[in-house]
Design a protein around this ligand. Structure first.
Ligand SMILES: NC(=O)CC[C@H](N)C(=O)O
Length: 445
């Protein structure tokens, strides 16, 4: 174990030993092959946005993906057809019902969402099937890219579910009778059974969850599996519907988009943070891994991962508000005096998004308050600016200029510039000193 990151592995190990002795729950037996699983199996895995892998227990043990496949096939359908088209066939409302319920909308016959069986069967059926790109081949390719390695099918589990899956067949026929199933029910369900029988490990599932958390790019392989908006759409449906009739309670307590499966797999995604997975086949009444639920719930609490709990780290964006080349007559001595030319500087650091940009703009106002001199925005220590933050900062600077203030930006990497734009357009310079000097020079011109 690496000494420093061993601290992360230790956190997983501690959870593993804390819950390994929990013997509650039942193996799924309505698919006979699943009842053969080792009830003691228990693995945990976590993958960071940098692709660092942490795991403990049976994180490398193979099992079938079952319903954890549903968000990823939904992602494939969204990628191929777009949200509007997919939504014509399957809705995105929490059903408050069990995974195998007849969750069909009264008015349209559409399944409630793509996380329950009814909706997942329709989602699978939406994947185009052509001689060169057969439906199941596309699904297996997609699941493999999410996992970052070539996955295969557990033929025994497939045969076992195919032999006993009458409820899912009945669901498919029912949906066909009310409208929203674009293909033959038998074909749809057979492909759905194969998709549920794809073999994975907890580490694979953590990579798949991490890919969604990472905006659709697999952090292990760098492969862009789906577009960023698709990853966000899938996480949204996981958050509201991923845990079936326990989705509300899960979001309330654990606070992460998640998906469970009846073989004992469970994933949770911390957007822009982690992909988490657990494997333990003893299930509660909703079909969720008992130990997996406990472990991921506790991990979320300990690491502060609840989506609705995101305290901003104070002072992490604006490092310093200061003045340079100050002349007598600051605010305390009546700085409104015309001709006062102290240069106010606000420096930002780190990655700037909307929240950070608001703080920077506030600092610029503060920095320039009561002065008539120039305002310098120092971006030297900024590592990234998203498009929203860039537009906000540009508009803030333009407003300052319109207000009669001289502005300059220390922006050696041109982060504030639009692609192809000249440095002059944003009055940007290579360093704070140069930006301040230019402002002072302009002042005395
Ligand atoms: N919740 C689940 O994992 C259910 C998947 C299983 N293949 C079924 O359709 O019944």
């Amino acid at each position: 174990m690496s000494p420093a990151t061993g601290a992360v592995t230790d956190a997983l190990r501690e959870l593993h030993s804390r819950y390994a002795g929990v013997g509650e729950g039942e193996l799924a037996d309505y698919i006979p092959e699943l009842a053969l699983a080792d009830p003691g199996a228990f693995g945990l895995a976590l993958i960071s946005m940098d692709g660092h892998r942490y795991s403990t227990g049976d994180a490398g043990a193979p099992f079938t993906i079952q319903s954890v496949s549903k968000p990823f096939v939904y992602a494939l359908a969204l990628s191929l057809l777009g949200l509007d088209e997919v939504s014509r066939w399957v809705n995105a409302e929490p059903s408050g019902e069990a995974f195998n319920a007849i969750s069909l909308e009264r008015s349209t016959g559409r399944p409630a969402n793509a996380m329950v069986n009814a909706g997942a069967i329709v989602t699978t059926a939406l994947i185009p099937d052509t001689p060169v790109a057969p439906r199941f081949g596309r699904i297996l390719d997609c699941l493999s890219r999410f996992a970052g390695r070539r996955l295969d099918v557990d033929e025994e589990v497939y045969a076992s579910e195919a032999a006993t899956g009458d409820r899912n067949r009945a669901l498919a026929y029912l949906i066909r009778s009310t409208g929203p199933l674009p293909v033959d029910p038998v074909a749809a369900v057979e492909t759905y059974f194969r998709q549920c029988s794809v073999r994975v490990t907890a580490l694979d599932l953590a990579a798949m969850a991490a890919t969604l958390a990472h905006g659709g790019v697999n952090p292990l392989t760098g492969d862009r599996v789906v577009a960023e908006p698709v990853a966000a759409q899938v996480l949204a449906v996981m958050a509201t519907c991923g845990m079936y009739d326990a989705s509300g309670d899960w979001l309330l307590r654990v606070g992460l988009p998640a998906k469970s499966g009846v073989s004992g797999g469970l994933i949770a995604a911390g957007p822009a943070r982690f992909g988490l997975a657990a494997y333990s086949p003893l299930l509660d009444r909703t079909g969720t891994s008992v130990r997996g639920h406990l472990a991921i719930g506790m991990l979320s609490e300990r690491l502060g991962l609840h989506l609705m709990y995101n305290p901003a780290l104070a002072g992490s964006t604006v490092t310093l508000v200061t003045t340079a080349g100050d002349l007598p007559g600051g605010p305390e001595t009546g700085g409104e005096r015309a001709g006062h030319s102290g240069v106010a500087v606000a420096a930002a650091q780190g990655a700037l998004d909307f929240t950070a940009a608001e703080r920077v703009l506030y600092a610029l106002d503060e920095a320039g308050k009561g002065r008539t001199g120039a305002v310098v925005l120092d971006l030297v220590r900024v590592t990234d600016i998203d498009t929203v933050a860039r537009a906000m900062l540009r508009s803030g600077l333009a407003r300052l200029a319109a207000d009669g203030r001289r502005t300059a930006v220390a922006d050696p990497d041109g982060r504030l510039r639009e692609p192809g734009e000249e440095a002059g357009a944003t009055r940007s310079f290579a360093s704070r000193e140069e930006a301040v000097a230019r402002c002072t020079a302009t002042a005395s011109e």
